[in-house]
Design a protein around this ligand. Structure first.
Ligand code: GLP
Length: 253
């Protein structure tokens, strides 16, 4: 695992955006695994800046998002498809036909999940998977417990997650959909490279649990330690509960 600790959130999201940009430069037809959440807003803003300032083209990439709420159509401003449009795709030259977000209003959700897995395979797998971390330790929406061989499926959201994500739903956790489609932990671990980003003091304890605690389905983010090519980018605040031993890994090589 490569660990990068930056002084503040802005520099963490900047570093993550540059890692994504490097992937696209090395492989203009890269298959990007994308994530949502407040942390990623900074990553996508920085990526859009790189697109403009350095003429980085997204025209050859394909993308697969981690998750989507069940019951929200892509046009719903609270859907992750809409989030991706406003935070990234409106600002870069990605080809709409190659953008994939699970369809939370599919008539048959089980078929939708299987088709999503098949589409990732057809594209040759994910080159780089961007990950945030939720309060429950989830990656994507892999709530505890999520076995490490899980694939794209419908999950029930944890009460803590509905609370964490209530802001977009008028502050009411009950208004947050109770289910979501998410790539499984196994789907995520199949990506060639993982890039986890966390910022802010509220993430410090769960980041430490994921990086130093037991590797367990109860903290799905801990699964990233089983992957051979992982970069974790933290700001000082989210790295605040790490042991000196883990911190010593930071910014080495
Ligand atoms: C949601 C997403 C996760 C993301 C998490 C963190 O729950 N499904 O993929 O990691 O939010 O969000 P934030 O960056 O807002 O803390």
């Amino acid at each position: 695992m490569k660990l990068i600790i930056t002084p503040d959130a802005a520099s963490a999201t900047h570093v993550a955006a540059h890692l994504l940009a490097d992937t696209i430069r090395q492989r203009p037809d890269a298959v990007l695994g994308l994530a949502t959440g407040r942390t990623m807003e900074g990553v996508y803003a920085a990526l859009a800046d790189i697109h403009r300032a350095e003429a980085l083209s997204f025209s050859g990439i394909a993308s697969f998002n981690l998750d989507e709420y069940v019951g929200l159509p892509p046009s719903d401003p609270r859907s992750y498809r809409h989030y991706m449009q406003t935070h990234l795709f409106d600002h870069v030259d990605a080809n709409e036909r190659h953008i994939h977000v699970p369809n939370g209003v599919a008539a048959d959700l089980k078929t939708e999940c299987a088709a999503y897995e098949a589409a990732i395979r057809t594209h040759g797998g994910i080159s780089l998977q961007l990950l945030g971390i939720g309060d429950t330790g989830h990656i994507g929406f892999n709530e505890p417990p999520s076995p490490f061989d899980t694939r794209t499926r419908v999950v029930e959201l944890d009460a803590a997650t509905r609370q964490q994500n209530a802001e977009m739903f008028g502050g009411d956790p009950e208004a947050v959909p109770s289910e979501a489609i998410t790539m499984g932990v196994g789907t995520i671990l199949d990506a060639k490279r993982l890039l986890m980003v966390a910022t802010g003091p509220a993430k410090a304890d769960i980041v430490a649990a994921a990086l130093e605690g037991p590797i367990t389905p109860d903290v799905s983010a801990s699964a990233i330690r089983l992957h051979g090519d992982v970069v974790v980018v933290l700001d000082e605040a989210s790295a605040g509960a790490l042991s000196p031993e883990t911190r010593a890994l930071a910014n080495a090589g």
